[in-house]
Design a protein around this ligand. Structure first.
Ligand SMILES: *Cc1c(COP(=O)(O)O)cnc(C)c1O
Length: 389
């Protein structure tokens, strides 16, 4: 029953993939903490040979996440970056990858500093501008893939996934969507025509800031075979223990996201009324340029927002005086985290590019947690007072 995606997503979150342990009746898939498996006879195995190649706990997670993303094949990696690196190894010298202009800093860095050694090129474009994408793809036969994040990090720009995949398909270009910010609870890019979905499962999927993990989900069998080969050959697999933790985190994804989103929506509206805030970036605000597309392609606006502090307010004092909200990188955990993208998450992006796209030092990104809303708003209010000009 639970394997049927006709079930509601909250049911799939809890019973999807491999539900429990057949042998003992344990309601949770055990942690198969083993590197190798006994072979029954020469050339006869249980289906498992070596845990880099396959492990039952990891497999349970991989089946679960595939189902959640409306995909056929899931693969779990040791980090989001390991998953992204695996995706880029699909390409060869001379190939070009188009990326969103405020893509995750690490995604930019791995293309700029590592895959460039292998002759794989990239170009930063405004994926919010469909005409730009079409021009880029049509004018350059070497473009083999387009990687988008929507909403983007940290400026929350929205890209129309279906519009991008339509153009990409026409030109035989793969669409890769980093779905970390939305999670499959809110947005399922494969259904909108994407070829590859990536996750830093460290964020909302794990949800408790206690593990690092990455995910790839695809529908196409040939692509899946390539990824199994890459995963087994390059070895950046997720451990059995972290696979277990991630399955556990995923069970509560729905209730967590609902609460993250409720808090974020209220905070975004409230921040807009504050005179020390010059701009609020949240795709759930009706005056956000991506509002309509966001609500068409996703089931909500999520729990991430950014805001810019007015000149004259001391942003360092603001950050120092927060008591509940923690200054830290990362996002998607139950606790509220705040960061300054220019010096933290996006430090790998050269200053001139940062400035060009609007990531100033006064821009702060907030991963809104599931604490009581009133406590979060009060925390921000008292810190802003102390940082006042
Ligand atoms: C964190 C993050 C990554 C990198 O994932 P890790 O698990 O830290 O390796 C990639 N993309 C996005 C959007 C992220 O937020």
């Amino acid at each position: 029953m639970a394997k049927d995606r006709m079930c509601g997503i909250n049911t799939v979150l809890i019973h999807g993939g491999i539900d429990g342990d057949k042998r003992t009746g344990a309601v949770n898939v055990p942690i198969y903490q083993t590197s190798t498996y006994k072979q029954l006879h020469l050339g006869e195995t249980t289906g498992y040979e070596y845990s880099r190649t396959g492990n039952p706990t990891r497999e349970a997670l991989e089946k679960l996440i595939a189902q959640l993303e409306n995909g056929k094949y899931g693969l779990a990696f040791a980090s989001g970056m390991a998953a992204i690196a695996a995706a880029f190894t699909l390409f060869s010298t001379g190939d070009k990858i188009l990326i969103s202009r405020n893509v995750y800093g690490g995604t930019f860095r791995i293309l700029d500093k590592i895959f460039s050694h292998f002759g794989i090129k990239y170009e930063i474009i405004d994926t919010g501008n469909i005409t730009d994408i079409e021009t880029n793809i049509t004018e350059n036969v070497n473009v083999k893939a387009i990687l988008i994040e929507t909403p983007t990090n940290p400026l929350m720009e929205v890209t129309d996934i279906a519009a991008v995949t339509k153009i990409a398909k026409k030109h035989n270009v793969l669409t890769i969507v980093d779905n970390t910010f939305m999670s499959p609870y809110l947005q399922r890019p494969l259904t909108l025509g994407a070829d590859i979905v990536l996750h830093s499962a460290t964020k909302y999927l794990g949800g408790h800031s206690d593990l690092i993990a990455g995910i790839i989900v695809v529908n196409d069998e040939e692509l899946a075979q390539k990824f199994y080969f890459i995963q087994n050959s390059t070895g950046g697999i997720l451990s059995p223990n972290d696979s277990f933790l991630l399955i556990r985190g995923i069970k509560t994804l729905g209730v967590r996201i609902e609460r993250h989103q409720e808090n974020a929506g209220k905070l975004a509206k409230w921040l807009q009324t504050q005179d020390w805030v010059t701009k609020v970036y949240y795709p759930g605000l009706p005056d956000h340029p991506g509002y309509k597309t966001q609500l068409e392609q996703a089931d909500g606006a999520g729990g991430m927002l950014s805001f810019e502090i007015k000149e004259g307010y001391n942003y360092e004092a603001f950050l120092d005086n927060l008591k509940i909200i923690t200054l830290a990188e990362s996002l998607g955990g139950v606790e509220s985290l705040i960061c300054q993208p220019s010096s933290m998450t996006h430090a790998a992006i050269p200053p001139e590019i940062r400035k060009h796209i609007g990531i100033t030092d006064r821009l702060l990104r907030l991963s809104v947690g599931i604490e009581n809303y009133d406590d979060l708003a009060a925390d921000i209010e008292q810190a802003a007072k102390k940082a006042g000009a």
